[in-house]
Design a protein around this ligand. Structure first.
Ligand code: HEM
Ligand SMILES: *[C@@H]1O[C@H](CO)[C@@H](O)[C@H](O)[C@H]1NC(C)=O
Ligand SMILES: CC(=O)N[C@H]1CO[C@H](CO)[C@@H](O)[C@@H]1O
Length: 309
């Protein structure tokens, strides 16, 4: 299924001359050099788009009266970068109106922010078309929460989408970029599973550091997920996971399953150029980016990413 889709995407590619891709890269280079902290949210946006009814740009749609869109759901609260997508879209519409979908823009932008933060390059199959459906509850039902266990309930979110345990451990390496709100993990610091104690799998020397940044009800403070190199795409998040210093249960529990633990430990041990992780991440991103895409006469090329035409 996945390979058929990717062939369809390739043959449909409307950016064969690379002009559109060039415009996106150019704009992203400017934006990331000015606001490096946008790299994290823009990578994450592709994940949120693809996991909710496929990579169809639905994450960008505004609510309409009486029908709240994905943007209104809890996991969205921390999404940022919508203005960046609009800017890139405006540039593309100037150069080649009606050609590049918002779904393709999100996929290209995600690739470019990884590249611009010293991560791998991959060819992005293009030709996705934009969907019309964006429903708040779809986001809640399809996006896994950070307090889920990677070895048990997290699979329920990945497997039905054709992503396996390897894709999961690889894609979660994307947490090498960006920040998290305290509220996404503070239950692990103060009241883990109702115990009024920190999560025992958290490094006990790391807990006080996190507590000093995050008071119990803090909903605004941002914490680097990969402290020291949160603006560089590398393997260092795996080193944090290996030491009990990842922020989310969903990351830490990768250490419970022998297969994912081996992967984490292997990447954590890499000194120098992380060839295996880079190749794996590229492959899993292409796989994620091809999920349930609209092609051919399905969907449309939106004129503005926040509204259906
Ligand atoms: C089990 C699946 C996942 C869970 C539970 C999860 C959870 C989270 C949470 C809770 C945050 C912090 C949000 C906040 O409080 O601001 C976050 C941030 C982030 N996630 Fe994930 N995530 C998952 C998968 C992914 C995937 C597949 C990618 C991309 C390949 C990704 C990329 C990111 C990035 C880059 C950030 C930083 C965003 C920023 O800087 O604002 N995540 N994730
Ligand atoms: C701790 O967690 C338990 C279970 O989730 C909850 O019932 C309790 O109210 C929490 N206590 C505090 C002080 O947050
Ligand atoms: C970016 C964005 O649209 N965020 C929305 C997420 O959902 C809340 C409500 O739950 C809205 O207030 C935000 O504007």
């Amino acid at each position: 299924m996945v390979s058929i889709i990717s062939i369809a995407l390739n043959s449909l590619s409307l950016l064969e001359e690379g002009e559109g891709e060039f415009i996106v890269r150019d704009e992203m280079a400017k934006i990331i050099s000015r606001v490096p902290s946008l790299a994290g949210p823009l990578l994450r946006m592709h994940f949120h788009d693809c996991f909710v009814n496929g990579c169809d740009g639905s994450v960008l749609l505004n609510s309409t009266p009486g029908s709240p869109s994905e943007k209104e759901s809890i996991p969205n609260l921390s999404l940022r970068g919508f203005g960046t997508i609009d800017r890139v879209k405006a540039k593309l519409e100037q150069a080649c109106p009606g050609v590049v979908s918002c779904a393709d823009i999100i996929a290209l932008v995600a690739r470019d922010v990884v590249l611009l933060t010293k991560g791998p390059y991959w060819d992005v199959p293009t030709g996705r078309r934009d969907g019309a459906r964006s429903v708040k509850d779809d986001a809640l039902n399809n996006l896994p929460p950070p307090f889920f266990d990677a070895t048990r309930n997290l699979y329920q979110f990945f497997i039905p989408k054709g992503l396996d345990a390897k894709d999961q451990v690889v894609l979660l390496g994307g947490h090498t970029l960006g920040t998290s709100h305290c509220s996404s993990f503070s239950s692990r610091l103060y009241n883990f599973s109702g115990t009024m104690m920190p999560d025992p799998t958290l490094d006990k020397y790391y807990v006080p550091r996190l507590k000093s940044k995050c008071k119990p009800d803090d909903k605004t403070t941002l914490v680097e997920m990969d402290p020291g190199s949160f603006r560089t795409f590398d393997t260092s998040y795996y080193r944090h996971i290996a030491k009990g210093r990842s922020l989310f249960t969903s990351d830490e529990t990768l250490m419970l399953d022998p297969f994912t633990r081996d992967y984490v430990l292997r990447q954590a041990g890499v000194a120098g150029y992380p060839a295996e992780f880079f190749a794996d991440f590229a492959a899993s991103m292409v796989k994620m980016g091809n999920m349930q895409v609209l092609t051919g006469w399905q969907g449309e090329i939106r004129r503005h990413c926040a509204f259906v035409n």
